[in-house]
Design a binder for this molecule. Structure first.
Ligand code: TYD
Length: 212
């Protein structure tokens, strides 16, 4: 099932999805849009934030279940994705289950993340930000130096490289005819912030919900 007003941004850490979501948000009327992210800031997401900082260690399978549980609240919980789509809003999420398929596959295999996530609704647009893992990780490290932001457990070159390859497989899988109602837009994340924003806006501004 595809949610017609749901948009997802995906990519390795440091590819610039958050910056682009902020720019897109500025273009949209606040009553007509709902901007969100995973892990969420709900209790389920707070557990994951601690895990990402290395404060809690769990079995990789537990992490896969936890990301899916947080997503279940995100999608179906109060003031979640479905509720906001039903209210007629454009819902934009920084990460969704494609992150689980990419990140969790390297340490617990592809099957479990897929089984846990295959029934969640698909977005209408999936913007996939691509850049070599070395470059995106360099951005993460620079940001951390500037802001003091803590480096998270997946922000290591070997993990980012594996995740990069896994993401490519995930995008190939979802490019199949049976998922054609969802449009995947590959974004060259090495382009300028402005160039990327223009490309994204040229697509989003054509959504029927913004024409009514
Ligand atoms: P991120 O978008 O980097 O958030 P922030 O910029 O606020 O730190 O996401 C946090 C990390 O969580 C990122 O390394 C990817 C990881 N992640 C998963 O491993 N699986 C998932 O299902 C999701 C949603 C995120």
């Amino acid at each position: 099932m595809v949610l017609q007003t749901f948009i997802v941004f995906e990519g390795l850490d440091g590819t610039g999805t958050s910056t682009q979501i902020k720019l897109l948000q500025e273009k949209l009327e606040s009553e007509k849009s709902f901007i969100t992210a995973e892990p969420t800031d709900r209790e389920t997401g707070l557990f994951l934030r601690k895990m990402l900082k290395g404060e809690i260690a769990v079995n990789p399978k537990t992490a896969a279940y936890m990301f899916a549980a947080d997503r279940c609240e995100h999608v179906y919980g109060e003031n979640g994705i479905v509720e906001n789509c039903e209210k007629g809003k454009i819902v934009i999420s920084d990460r969704y289950f494609f992150s689980s398929l990419a990140y969790q596959s390297f340490d617990c295999g592809e099957k479990l993340p897929y089984e846990l996530n295959k029934n969640f609704p698909l977005p209408k647009y999936l913007f996939f930000f691509e850049i070599e893992p070395e470059k995106s990780l360099e951005r993460v490290m620079n940001r951390s130096k500037q802001t003091g932001e803590q480096i998270e457990i997946y922000e290591k070159i070997d993990i980012q490289k594996k995740t990069y390859n896994a993401y490519q497989k995930v995008m190939d899988f979802y490019s199949k005819e049976e998922f054609s109602e969802m449009k995947i837009i590959r974004i060259d994340a090495s382009l300028s912030i402005d160039e990327i924003h223009k490309k994204i806006w040229s697509i989003v501004q054509e959504m029927p919900i913004l024409k009514s």
